[in-house]
Write a protein that binds this ligand. Sequence first.
Ligand SMILES: Nc1ncnc2c1ncn2[C@@H]1O[C@H](COP(=O)(O)OP(=O)(O)OP(=O)(O)O)[C@@H](O)[C@H]1O
Ligand SMILES: [Mg+2]
Length: 258
Amino acid sequence: MNVLVKKFRIKSFKEKKPIIELQNLSITYGNRQIVEKLNLSIQKNEVSGLLGPNGAGKSSIYHSIIGLVKPTFGKIFIDGKDATDIPTHIRCSKFGISWVPQYGGSWADLSVYDNLMAIAEIHIKNREERLLKINNLIRKFELQNVIKLKSKFLSGGQVRKLTLAMAMVKDTKILILDEPFAALDPQSVRMIQQIIVSLQMFEKISVSISDHSSRDLLNTVDSAMVLTEGKIVAKGTPQELIKNTKAIEAYFGEGFTI
Ligand SMILES: Nc1ncnc2c1ncn2[C@@H]1O[C@H](COP(=O)(O)OP(=O)(O)OP(=O)(O)O)[C@@H](O)[C@H]1O
Ligand SMILES: [Mg+2]
């Protein structure tokens, strides 16, 4: 897998073009400023990582990108268009954004199959195509044994797989993954890494991942940035980042290797 990633990294870096650009973005909850005048770019067709300590503002940034949180200041450009005031449902369909939230993301009282079907009924008109897509996703994410189980009874890792599968029901151009590796066993992490890389390679999807499984994240991404107290303190390729003193100080700690 790493060979696959490295090979593609060289190619993807040739065509730098932002798919998401945050300009002077500020996010405030009540009177608490979480993000202040942040400038951040996610490049087209790149897998990029967003790292930072708990409470740094990573999920809040994702929420502002999809429109769940309204910035108090600044602009959000998606694929070159000002999307700051576009409502979430229009924004996600217009720009082909899929988001896997850090928590939840499925209907607790629906079975695995019905969760997938609920999304598929919105996005895939043709019945045969819908069934084919769902069955492929169930196989891909190894959910065969739990298709009838309500989502509230799934294990932590199974919920992750279900929400990732749900995000892949529709054709996506931008995939935002908030802690996709949380609660996954090592083989499942590898499976998700492979899915992400193949989406990048074969479907030209741009991906942003936030996760505290830093090694797993850095082994998946082309580049990453470290955010602390709502500000980017370091960015670069995984190899550059782990040597960056600011990134070590703010996030990795001494002696971190990948
Ligand atoms: N809806 C909200 N109302 C008030 N405060 C909030 C809200 N959402 C987030 N916060 C606060 O904003 C800060 C950033 O939270 P956020 O969830 O964006 O962090 P994060 O970087 O994703 O952290 P983690 O790594 O723990 O997931 C935290 O201090 C959090 O308590
Ligand atoms: Mg978070």
